[in-house]
Design a protein around this ligand. Structure first.
Ligand SMILES: [Zn+2]
Length: 376
């Protein structure tokens, strides 16, 4: 599924519910990533809350809250950041007291219901001191790419689509795309790491969400030579089947989401780097930029075709040639990038196949063989 990411803005949204209406807390979910712990609570629209932090204590106070008994137990989550949770009622306000292992920065905001979540959601993120730990090194990277013909070791970025609060597409047997993509990604990474002269880096290693621009920054910061994003497709029609490959289209920025991201600060950093490559010579900048983009697109299509050919040997192809699309994860300047839709999770037979370890290994191997033949 390719329509992913909710753009999370660090806004605290407080709106007002009637005083006599209780805010039901339907569910709690916790996601731990190397960067943060995300607490998600399914709530009613217009939840009134505030967050107070004091050293290693976080007090999340929700006004007029009603806690469902079946969700009570889910609250007592422990991870590398949360040591202990307590609940305290003060008149109409329910306090969730999190004792943390050290002081953390806290961001909170609400999200509206979507296709995957029918409730409004209250999100609390606990971060370490530095939120952005991956530096943007596009300028250096582009210069290096243009000036050296061969890199010492080929770094292949493997991106397991979705994760954490974003399950991706969901099959008829309720299997989630995010789990399948991670399994295939890990299998592919193992194959690459056993290959001389190649090294795989995963954008995520567990069940947590990584923002799309962060995925790109990981690729750039690691000086990646290829970027491969792994997904499973989904449509309403159950019979749709087979693999497809997407590469970046220059006109892809017309999608609503791509536009949103381009407007965000991340995108400014993202594409701003090249502007300062050679100060004062805009003409030369443009040539270099066009060159890196065109070369990247040709290489992406070549890589896509090679992988597709291998995918055709192990299963159906949904589309016989690489498709063009403007997905944000493919916007990795100068790095050949493809998005692999491994099969349709919405097709019951393919869903079964996607959950089978042997089949996952076959898919990983087909992508791996495609990478090898691209380099030959
Ligand atoms: Zn997907």
């Amino acid at each position: 599924m390719r329509q992913f990411l909710i753009l999370c803005l660090g806004l605290v949204c407080l709106s007002y519910a009637h005083a006599d209406e209780k805010t039901t807390l339907y569910d709690f979910r916790f996601w731990t990533s190397p960067e943060r712990t995300r607490i998600v609570i399914d709530v009613e629209k217009g939840v009134q809350y505030h967050v107070n932090t004091n050293a290693d204590k976080i007090d999340l106070a929700i006004n007029n809250a009603k806690l469902l008994s079946q969700t009570y137990d889910k609250l007592f989550y422990q991870d590398q950041r949360i040591q202990k949770t307590r609940i305290k009622r003060n008149k109409d306000t329910l306090h969730f007291l999190f004792k943390t292992t050290q002081p953390y920065q806290v961001k909170s905001y609400t999200l509206k219901p979507n296709q995957k979540y029918r409730h409004h959601r209250l999100v609390i993120d606990l971060y370490g001191k530095q939120i952005n730990t991956v530096p943007v090194t596009i300028t250096k990277q582009v210069i290096k790419k243009l000036s050296t013909t061969k890199l010492r070791k080929k770094i292949i970025l493997i991106d397991a689509g979705h994760g954490g609060e974003d399950p991706g597409a969901i099959g008829h047997k309720r299997s989630k795309e995010k789990h399948i993509t991670l399994k295939i990604a890990k299998k592919l990474a193992n194959k690459i790491n056993r290959t001389k002269g190649m090294k795989a880096i995963l954008t995520r290693r567990g069940d947590y969400y990584v923002g799309l621009s962060k995925r790109i920054r990981i690729a750039q910061a690691n000086n990646a030579s290829l970027f491969i994003s792994i997904h499973a497709d989904s449509v309403k029609r159950k019979s749709a089947k087979g693999a497809s490959i997407y590469t970046l289209s220059e006109r892809g920025g017309s999608t609503k989401f791509a536009k949103q991201l381009e407007q965000s600060q991340n995108a400014v950093d993202q594409f701003g780097g090249i502007e300062t490559l050679i100060k004062g010579d805009q003409y030369l900048n443009k040539i270099l930029w066009d060159f890196s983009r065109k070369d990247r697109d040709i290489q992406s299509r070549k890589l896509g075709a090679k992988i597709l050919k291998q995918m055709g040997k192990i299963g159906y192809l949904h589309k016989q040639t690489p498709q063009k699309a403007g997905f944000v994860v493919l916007k990795t300047p100068a790095i050949p990038s493809v998005l692999v839709e491994t099969a349709f999770i919405s097709n019951p037979q393919e869903e079964k196949r996607l959950n089978n370890a042997k089949e996952q290994n076959k898919i990983a191997n087909a992508i791996y063989q495609g990478i090898l033949s691209y380099y030959q």
